[in-house]
Design a protein around this ligand. Structure first.
Ligand code: NAG
Ligand code: NAG
Ligand code: NAG
Length: 421
């Protein structure tokens, strides 16, 4: 049958760890996979569920050598499909004459700002104890989402056991990640060998190996960046400045386009604020992500406030926390009755409880005055960008069998969104 492996297929040439990402241009999708021997890189695709796949696109592969003592080698294949019809389901398989993947399905993103994307958002998902994954898989197979945002920390860790933990993790998420764009940012668990497993295995937009990039999705501009440049300075102090300049430039451009794409949403791994009972950066008054290096260089809170960022998505803490609109420890509710309608500062969501071997992170006993909701349960976040003024955020608990444990609407009028100043 067309979906099965050919007679010449060898396990080492058969694609595994298949996943998708959106390169940022309308009508495109990138397929990425791994083989253990060099092969050609081809995707065959079409619109029919069964029968032949009439379309084909070639791509490239690159050799990856893991930094561990075995120096394990594998080949990462990348093929970008172009001129796809918007909002349409495609069927595809990837590989070469030496071996094909099974068939997968995905739905292309729609073009333009006038549609309502649904996102699944979480961080800190491991190969062990991946609590949110079964539900995510079911929800995604039912077509609930257009894309995933994985806000850093994968596998624990992708480099472990000479990269085998990364292989295991990428196989584990394949049923999810081969069916919709799986968009990422780096977390602290990707640090080994200068983030090489992260940079090699994922294929994010832009030319920074996925460290920072942005893309448009319906009425939103989504910015992904690395909080890790602030912590692993031995890989290059210059990266802090480079990313900061890029962010400033990207925010400027996004603001010029705000009448068309009103929402600016950021994702980065380590939060500026959190009320967990550990010694993480976000528990310190002058967190590095918020205030920058030495409390004054390249801090992000001022930058995001100045450019009117609406929503900031974080992870790292293995829990869920929602903050009241906040700037510099001051709460800026829209109003007492409707804090998220016309908020006068960005809204922060920390969602790092998808499940990993480190389990959940406890909270400090007394919530801070800026903390609105805290949930120490496994789960993930649903983000529905309804239109240019309305966004719906929900937290799904796995400990409570899919119960919605947090539910808010954020509403911002179209005018005066370019800054909170
Ligand atoms: C680490 O990687 C970044 C970007 O991928 C690069 O600019 C930097 O020079 C690297 N640092 C070292 C020490 O190799
Ligand atoms: C913000 O709104 C929430 C919910 O109404 C309220 O509990 C909190 O006290 C408000 N904070 C400020 C500073 O107004
Ligand atoms: C967004 O949807 C809400 C709820 O249906 C509606 O009240 C609002 O007018 C819509 N905003 C825009 C810009 O269409």
């Amino acid at each position: 049958s067309p979906g099965s492996q050919g007679a010449l297929g060898t396990p080492r040439a058969t694609p595994e760890q298949v996943h998708l990402s959106y390169p940022g241009e309308p009508g495109t999708m990138t397929v990425t996979w791994t083989t253990w021997v060099p092969t050609r890189s081809e995707v065959q695709f079409g619109l029919q569920l069964s029968g032949p796949l009439p379309l084909r696109t070639q791509g490239t592969s690159s050799l990856f050598v893991d930094g561990g003592i075995l120096k394990r080698k594998f080949y990462i294949h990348r093929v970008t499909l172009r001129r796809l019809l918007p909002g349409v389901q495609y069927v595809y398989r990837c590989g070469s004459a030496q071996g094909w993947s099974r068939r997968f399905r995905f739905r292309t993103l729609k073009n333009g700002p006038h549609w309502s994307p649904h996102l699944a958002v979480f961080g800190d998902l491991g190969a062990d104890n991946p609590k949110a994954l079964p539900r995510l898989r079911r929800d995604i197979q039912q077509g609930m989402y257009n894309a995933v945002l994985h806000v850093g920390d994968f596998a624990y860790n992708m480099d472990e056991d000479n990269g085998r933990v990364g292989d295991k993790f990428m196989r584990l998420i394949e049923p999810v990640a081969a069916s919709l764009p799986y968009m990422t940012c780096p977390g602290n668990h990707e640090e080994r060998y200068n983030f090489s497993n992260y940079k090699a295995r994922f294929s994010m937009p832009g030319n920074t190996e996925g460290l920072w990039y942005s893309w448009d999705l319906g009425p939103a501009h989504i910015i992904s960046f690395s909080t890790e440049v602030y912590f692993f300075l031995h890989y290059g102090y210059h990266l802090v400045e480079r990313q900061f300049r890029w962010l400033e430039n990207d925010l400027q451009k996004a603001n010029q386009n705000r009448a068309i794409r009103p929402w600016i949403i950021t994702m980065g791994h380590r939060p500026m604020y959190c009320s967990n009972a550990d010694l993480d950066d976000c528990t310190r008054h002058e967190s590095k992500v918020r205030k920058g290096l030495f409390g004054r260089l390249y801090g992000l809170e001022d930058l995001f406030y100045r450019y009117g960022v609406d929503l900031q998505l974080w992870a790292h803490e293995h829990s869920y926390e929602r903050l009241w609109p906040i700037y510099n420890y001051q709460v800026f509710n829209g109003s007492q009755a409707m804090p998220y309608t016309n908020p006068r500062a960005p809204v922060h969501i920390i969602t790092g409880s998808a499940g990993c071997e480190e389990r959940l992170t406890p909270f400090a006993i007394f919530p801070r005055p800026w903390s609105a909701v805290r949930v120490k349960e496994y789960g993930y976040t649903r983000l529905h960008i309804l239109n240019g003024t309305h966004v719906h955020i929900q937290q799904v608990s796995d400990d409570q069998d899919g119960k919605i444990v947090d539910d808010i609407w954020m509403v911002r009028p179209l005018l005066n969104r370019t800054t909170y100043l």
